[in-house]
Structure formats: C-alpha cells, structure tokens
Design a binder for this molecule. Structure first.
Ligand SMILES: *[C@@H]1O[C@H](CO)[C@@H](O)[C@H](O)[C@H]1NC(C)=O
Ligand SMILES: *[C@@H]1O[C@H](CO)[C@@H](O)[C@H](O)[C@H]1NC(C)=O
Ligand SMILES: *[C@@H]1O[C@H](CO)[C@@H](O)[C@H](O)[C@H]1NC(C)=O
Length: 387
C-alpha cells in the first residue's frame, strides 16, 4: 500500500513538473486540432498543380527517378515526399493536401495552391503568381467556414523564381537596383498576405528563401565550382531580412485581429547543411543526386537525357539541381513543426496550431539574437513590443 502511495505521488510530481516544463505538449497524431493546411508557392510545395496546368501531361517530375524512394513519381520535385506532405502527416491529415486544380478533390483538410515556376512578380508561363494563387483560394473559399479558415494554417514558400530570373536578365544590376527589386518583390508579398487576411486567414507560416547561390543549378549555371554564388545568396538575404519585420507589423496592426505567424529560417538550415554537411550526414551537398552537368543539375527525369542518378539519394542534400532530397525535406519539416527559436520564430507550427485563435501574439520575431535568446519566465516585458 505504502509503495502504491509513493508511486502515485511520484507520478503526480512528475506530471506537475512536466506541465511546468512544457506548457504546450502535442504529439503528432494525438490531440492535434482538426484544422486545414493551405500551401502557396512554387515547385517546393507543388503537389501536382503544374502537371494539371501545363500542356505537357508527362513532364519530368511525373517520371522515374522522381518519387524513386516511394516508387511513386507523382509530380513532386523530390525522390519522395516533400515538406508539405510531412507537415500534413504531423497534423494527422490523411493522404496530404490535394492540388487545388484537381477536379473533385477532397478539400476538407486543405489544398495546395503552389505551382512550379510560380513567382511573386510578373506573369510566369503555365504557372501562377502568388496573387493568382490567392485569387484561386478566394474562388474556393465557400468550401470552408470562416471559423475554420481562421484556425487553419497558411504556409508560403516563394521568391526563388523572381531572383533567379532577375539575375539572369540583369547580371550587371548595381546594388541600388538590386535593393529596389527586393523591395518590389517583398511589397507584393506583403500585399498578397494582406489579401489572404482579408479572406479570413490568420495563422501564417513563412519559409525564408534558401541560400539561392548554393543551389547546384546556380553553381553549374554560373560555374562557381565548389563555391556558392554570393550575389544570389545576398539577394536572398536582403529578401529574408524584410520578412520578420513585415510579419511583426501585421501582428501589431490594429486592422487585423489575431494575426499569428512563424518565420522559418530555411536560409540558415540549408547553409549549415551545406557548410557542415558531414555533421548532418549529407555526404554530398554541392551537387545533386540526379541530373547532368558539372553539378548534375540539369534534366533529371528527362527521357531523352541519360542523366546520372546517384547510388544513394539519402546521402545527398539535393535530389535535383534545385530541390532537396526526401531525407532533407523530412528534416526541414521536423524543424518547421517542432524546432526551437534558433530555427523558427516566434513559435513553431506545433505551437502555432494550438495558439488560441484570435489572440494577439505575445512574442514576436527578433533579428539576429537567436542563440542568445531565451523565453522569459514572465512575458510582460514583451507587451507592447514592436519591431
Ligand atoms: C474527405 O476528407 C475528410 C477528412 O479528411 C473525411 O472525413 C471525409 O469522409 C472525406 N469525404 C469524402 C467524400 O471522401
Ligand atoms: C470547392 O472546391 C472545389 C475544388 O475542389 C471547387 O471546384 C468548388 O467550386 C468549391 N466549392 C465551393 C462551394 O466553393
Ligand atoms: C564537391 O565537394 C567535394 C569535396 O567535398 C569535392 O571533391 C568536389 O569536387 C565538389 N564538387 C564540385 C562540383 O565542386
């Protein structure tokens, strides 16, 4: 009997300690709120829209070796799943979210509007700009109630096309012109996010741009060998620096109640895996697994090209010239879902989906203080903070 009492009280103490240590505990699949996932962006998040949109019904990404790791080439740019597939899994959404352009899709738990070649500015061929994706969401909006949209997740990854195209067309643009371009891209992004809030969206996840100059296709195009192309890294950095403050402004805006967000430092996550690849067990991070050329960066999956395929794709950070291997995508998804403030601010997806809907955030994005930063025992000092 005495033993039992001790056991019970120890359990009690453990329970209380656990409660204080982790105010919010959610495991994938257990107690995850029933909310939807809406994704916007380019090929990184495309789950098949490009195939539905373009005249070519059998583009490379629908053919082996795409989908190789799951024996399932299905229009995604990876050897298997992509980040939104894993996030959907963690959110207990069965079978991922369907492409918006698929007729009769079951859209109950969300939809993907992302399409390969999408950009923020311009009018990409056989693709959509972010604002066109937002308009498509608007046309389907009556599938969900206002309350459901408010508590659902809106994930965005876009901008790569804008910067790669810009540098291709304006290789000699000076610093002033580059800054002006970054400002026009980020202003339009801001407009598009604002439009989503007008349609009822309140919970946003924005993935910062990768170090674009380190993509195998960029190293190959600009013949940088084992180095990254710093000009493109720099543009990505300039772009990324504007995102946190922009989202802080939204969260503090009196016009939008309960705007909540997470900013994921994808730039740093990829740079670490590029520079210290062995620490992360990626044996090759400077060229891709599948393709042709100095960095195997072109034409993966093209039927008439005998593109090289590596022996073991999980050893590679990049599967093709610009997209990560499934192993890397899975790591990235785990970081988005549950990493700490060094990687995702001011909270991760796991926290964002349970953060009370309609409430103002009490912590915000902060620049360059990641490793020094700790959650304070009292959050009062953050009240009224504005960046
Ligand atoms: C659509 O998906 C939801 C949840 O994912 C499920 O409950 C529902 O039965 C599905 N509807 C149809 C018609 O399959
Ligand atoms: C719901 O989404 C589908 C796309 O799967 C779309 O065709 C349909 O128009 C939408 N319905 C409403 C009521 O918005
Ligand atoms: C990639 O890095 C390895 C060493 O880690 C080096 O041997 C190889 O030449 C590099 N590849 C390219 C294309 O620069």
């Amino acid at each position: 009997m005495a033993d039992n009492c001790n056991f019970v009280s120890i359990l009690g103490v453990l329970l209380i300690l656990t409660m204080f240590d982790n105010p919010i505990i959610v495991y994938a699949g257990e107690g995850v709120p029933n909310v939807a996932l809406f994704t916007f962006g380019d090929s990184y998040y495309d789950v098949g829209n490009k195939v539905l949109l373009s005249k070519d019904k059998n583009p490379a990404q629908t053919k082996w070796p795409y989908g190789k790791s799951r024996d399932d080439p299905n229009g995604k740019f990876s050897d298997g799943h992509i980040v939104p597939d894993f996030i959907a899994d963690f959110m207990s959404i069965p079978n991922g979210v369907p492409p918006a352009l698929k007729p009769d899709a079951n859209v109950t738990r969300g939809v993907s509007y992302a399409v390969t070649d999408a950009s923020i500015l311009g009018s990409p061929a056989e693709s959509m700009t972010l604002s066109q994706q937002v308009t498509t969401f608007e046309s389907m909006k009556s599938n969900w109630t206002t309350g459901y949209i408010k508590k659902s997740l809106f994930m965005i990854y876009i901008g790569t096309e804008d910067y790669l195209n810009y540098i291709q067309k304006h290789p000699d643009a000076d610093a002033t012109k580059q800054q002006a371009f970054v400002t026009s891209v980020t202003s339009q992004l801001k407009t598009d996010i604002r439009s989503l809030t007008n349609l009822g969206a309140r919970k946003f996840v924005v993935q910062l741009l990768a170090p674009l100059g380190c993509l195998p296709i960029v190293r190959q195009d600009y013949k940088t060998g084992n180095d990254c192309y710093e000009l493109l890294n720099d543009l990505a950095k300039q772009h990324n620096e504007k995102i946190g403050p922009m989202l802080n402004d939204f969260a503090n805006s009196p016009d939008i109640d309960g705007f909540q967000f997470a900013v994921f430092d994808f730039y740093d996550a990829i740079l670490r895996r590029t520079q210290r690849n062995l620490n992360y067990r990626f044996y090759v991070s400077n060229s891709s697994c599948c393709g042709v050329g100095t960095h195997n960066a072109y034409d993966c999956g093209k039927g008439n090209v005998h593109s090289k395929l590596c022996d073991y794709q999980r050893a590679y950070l990049f599967f093709d010239g610009r997209h990560n291997s499934e192993k890397a995508q899975e790591e990235i998804a785990h970081l988005l879902y549950s990493a700490n403030l060094n990687v995702i601010q001011p909270m991760n997806i796991r926290e964002l989906i349970v953060y009370p809907t309609g409430e103002k955030m009490r912590e915000f994005w902060e620049p360059n203080t990641f490793s020094a930063r700790r959650r304070l025992p009292s959050q009062d000092s953050y009240a009224g903070y504005s960046a």
